[in-house]
Design a protein around this ligand. Structure first.
Ligand SMILES: Nc1nc2c(ncn2[C@@H]2O[C@H](COP(=O)(O)OP(=O)(O)OP(=O)(O)O)[C@@H](O)[C@H]2O)c(=O)[nH]1
Length: 402
């Protein structure tokens, strides 16, 4: 180990940084809107590369550039990776690391140009790097401890923290006139560990990027791009899941069918793009009224469906009435909605869940048909345990029971 060329090792570390940076730059360029974090992640290893080149050139170039700028770039690169992870999870970017970098530059200048002392620098630099890495690890843990990508990244950040703390704590054992490039077993282990940690973190960032892309693709496949509601197929699967859950845990399950009134007229009068805006506005209105556990889907065209777990007919009709009566979005043509409500009948645990769901949709659809045929802009609620709602003439603008 003592025979290793440390200059080559430092440069190898930098080369790993540059490769990681190129890959992350590519990831960012492919998905700028979705993966802004990858830009920070790619700048980090690049700064580490430039920093390590400067560090490896000590003795060839002046100490302030090699030692001060080299170390500041390495810590700055690490900070950029930490900020990238903050950005990945939408956290505000902290400012304290920049103050830390400025303080670090001052300390390094002092202990390289005024009182040259390697051991002090060796205590300070890995110590500060460990601090940034600790903050980085905390961000990852705050947001996700369960996925492979997060666990992989956490492992390598934690690994680097151990290497940095050991290096910082053992710095006083170094001779005062020692140097970064003078081989010692500790220095070899430290630099090799750090190269591995950098590579590991880079792979972790790529895994996180891939995870975000997968989530996005799943989202695209299961949600309608215009309104953000679930697609019909995705809604059906989610609703079946809910029926099975309700059978295990009990509680009422109620369904709303919502259909915009005379929507064709809106398209014909104001144009298709305005029709799209109305659909988006309506979906937003509905979403604002729902709980996180409610399932909102686009059933087709201007027809939507909502499944309300743990909600009986009365509460569902009140909710439907609130949705119907909500204010319209500014700058949109006036539009109204008709809503049919039906609670799922029976609790036969052996009945086909798909069949039970279909029957409830049919009853809600029949209630919706009633709302349409009796003047629109109204809510009609099918009574529980009725095969289909008989026609009634409900009052416009109020919830009625068919
Ligand atoms: N702008 C826009 N229009 C859509 C979209 N999907 C379906 N439509 C239109 O929605 C209209 C539905 O018309 P109809 O089924 O006759 O229903 P309606 O005019 O709302 O009448 P009622 O439902 O009886 O009140 C058609 O003109 C479709 O072209 C969409 O994504 N965007």
């Amino acid at each position: 180990m003592g025979e290793l060329d440390l200059r080559a090792l430092v440069l190898l570390l930098g080369a790993i940084g540059v490769l990681t940076s190129v890959v992350l730059q590519h990831v960012w360029r492919q998905n700028r809107a979705l993966l802004g974090a990858a830009q920070w992640w790619s700048v980090g290893p690049l700064a580490i590369f430039v920093g390590t080149v400067l560090l490896a050139l000590r003795g060839i170039i002046g100490a302030p550039v090699s030692i001060v700028l080299g170390n500041v770039l390495v810590i700055g690169g690490m900070t950029a990776m930490y900020l990238g992870t903050c950005r990945y999870w939408g956290e505000p970017l902290p400012r304290w690391p920049w103050a830390l970098l400025a303080a670090c530059a001052l300390v390094l200048l002092l202990f390289s140009a005024v009182w040259p002392h390697y051991a002090v620098r060796l205590t300070v630099v890995p110590g500060l790097m460990a601090l940034v890495q600790w903050a980085h690890l905390r961000v990852v843990w705050r947001h996700d401890r369960s996925t492979f990508a997060s666990q992989f990244l956490s492992f390598w950040i934690a690994f680097s923290i151990v290497a940095l703390v050991v290096r910082s704590a053992t710095a006083p054992m170094e001779a005062a006139d020692s140097d970064l490039l003078i081989p010692s077993p500790l220095q070899n282990v430290y630099l090799i560990s750090y190269a591995f940690a950098l590579l590991g973190e880079g792979i972790g960032f790529v895994l996180l990027s891939q995870q975000r892309l997968q989530q996005h693709i799943r989202e695209l496949a299961s949600h309608d791009s215009l309104t953000g509601a679930m697609t019909r197929a995705a809604w059906w699967n989610a609703a079946l899941h809910e029926v099975l859950r309700q059978r295990r845990q009990g509680g009422p399950l109620t369904l709303l069918m919502l259909d915009l009134d005379h929507f064709k007229r809106i398209n014909d009068t104001h144009g298709h793009p305005m029709g799209d805006r109305v659909l988006r506005d309506f979906a937003q209105r509905v979403r604002q009224s729902l709980r996180a556990t409610d399932r909102f889907g686009r059933y087709g065209g201007e027809e939507f469906v909502v499944l309300l777990p743990d909600t009986g007919t009365e509460a569902a009709c009140a909710l439907a009435e609130r949705i119907r009566a909500q204010a319209l979005g500014a700058g949109l043509p006036a539009y109204t909605v008709s809503i049919g409500v039906a609670q799922m009948n029976g609790h036969d645990p052996h009945a086909d869940p798909g069949g039970a769901l279909e029957a409830t949709i049919a009853r809600a659809d029949a209630a919706l048909y009633d709302a349409k045929t009796h003047g629109r802009d109204r809510v009609v609620c099918a009574p529980a345990d009725a095969p289909a709602p008989p026609a009634v003439a409900p009052t416009s603008g109020t919830a009625a029971t068919a």
